[in-house]
Design a protein. Structure first.
Lengths: 113, 253
């Protein structure tokens, strides 16, 4: 459940970004399929921790991305949603992962309190 | 409390029926938040703070001439037994940071085996992060050390997401865990620089295909270095110690 510490660090960044006198309405994040974060667990932790930090109405918007890999055997580039997806051209797993590990805090929306 | 935005400032009475809340929200409450939303871009890696501290740790280790490895595996896979073996071999040339949820047992074992060690008790956290390692480094006397071993909390999932400032990641898969674990926990094995197949002395009693585990790991990660070891019998440990000594520049007498 490392999602709890991820949400905690996320909310630290959010607190620093919020102008005084505003309340938090929405937090937008992007999750790559290989970043090792469960969207369900993230949402669960967010609801609990946001309430505890005084943002009871804040919502979490999760955008999902694809992962892009380049096969080290045949050079083919392909999308994958999990680690065990083999290269559709040659059937091997060894590849450089070009994207899909990202977990970014993109933006927040605030309202005047 | 305002039911639309949840803020604590709403002073009833509400004048609009609940169904219309939001449409004429500015008039609905005595307080004025109006629900004009402002978007504020952030665009930061959530682990950016951790990664910054990890880079600081790496720079500190480099300035002191230390080579650092982060050992990750399941609980009970033999991390500390392997580290004890290394402590008997490397003594004062090695320092160890040990992470566990609770107790100082592992640090005490490492110290008894001959290396200096500090314990991080995470009090519930399932992994070490760069910040906890930064503070552990403040408590460690690194004088004369060439090799820093960070023994992570026993867990095949969460530790793999956190850069601690190490130079290499070492994954251990021991025979009793089963030969199917690499693809079940791919994130950790994908990122490992070294794979130790542990408790290899149990091979006669286990239906564990070393080839299957190694091939699955190599399929994810072609350049992984593999050692088959038993810290109990010493099998394979000379090779592994030689590998670490070469990386850390330790001259073994």
């Amino acid at each position: 459940m490392h999602e709890l510490s991820l949400v905690s660090s996320m909310l630290d960044t959010v607190a620093n970004a919020m102008p005084p006198g505003t309340c938090l309405a929405e937090v937008r994040v992007t999750l790559g399929p290989l970043c090792g974060v469960s969207p369900d667990a993230l949402e669960f932790c967010f609801i609990e921790l946001a309430r505890a930090r005084g943002y009871p109405a804040a919502r979490l918007q999760i955008a999902r991305t694809n992962s892009r890999a380049k096969c080290k055997s045949c050079g083919h580039s392909y999308d994958l949603s999990q680690f065990d997806v083999v290269c559709p051209e040659c059937g091997t797993l060894d590849r450089s992962i070009e994207s899909g590990r990202e977990f970014t805090l993109d933006s927040i929306e605030v309202e005047e309190a | 409390m305002c039911e639309a935005c949840g803020c604590e400032n709403a002073q009833s009475p509400r004048t609009s029926p609940p169904g219309e809340h939001g449409r004429d929200h500015a008039d609905a409450h005595v307080h004025r938040h109006g629900h004009d939303r402002t978007a504020i871009p952030i665009g930061a890696e959530v682990l950016a703070a951790n990664n910054r501290i990890a880079e600081t740790n790496r720079a500190l280790l480099k300035s002191k001439g230390l080579y650092a490895v982060n050992i990750m595996s399941s609980p009970g896979s033999g991390k500390t037994t392997i580290v004890e073996y290394l402590a008997r071999r490397f003594g004062d040339a090695m320092a160890v940071i040990v992470g566990d949820v609770q107790t100082r047992r592992d640090a005490e074992r490492v110290i008894r085996a001959g290396s200096r060690s500090v314990q991080i008790e995470t009090n519930g956290a399932c992994h070490l992060d760069a910040h906890s390692v930064e503070h552990a480094l403040e408590r460690l006397d690194l004088e004369g050390c060439k090799l820093l071993v960070i023994e992570n909390v026993g867990n095949l999932v969460c530790p793999s997401s956190y850069d601690l400032g190490e130079h290499e990641k070492i994954a251990i898969l021991s025979l009793p865990e089963g030969d199917d674990k690499v693809l079940k926990y791919p994130s950790l094995f994908h990122r490992a620089n070294v794979l130790l197949i542990g408790k290899i002395d149990l091979a006669p009693y286990m239906e564990f295909s070393v080839d299957k585990a190694v091939n699955e790991c190599r399929s994810l990660n072609r350049s992984v270095a593999v050692f088959r070891v038993s810290a109990k019998t010493g099998e394979g440990m000379d090779d592994f110690c030689g590998y670490l000594a070469a990386k850390a520049g330790i001259i073994v007498a």
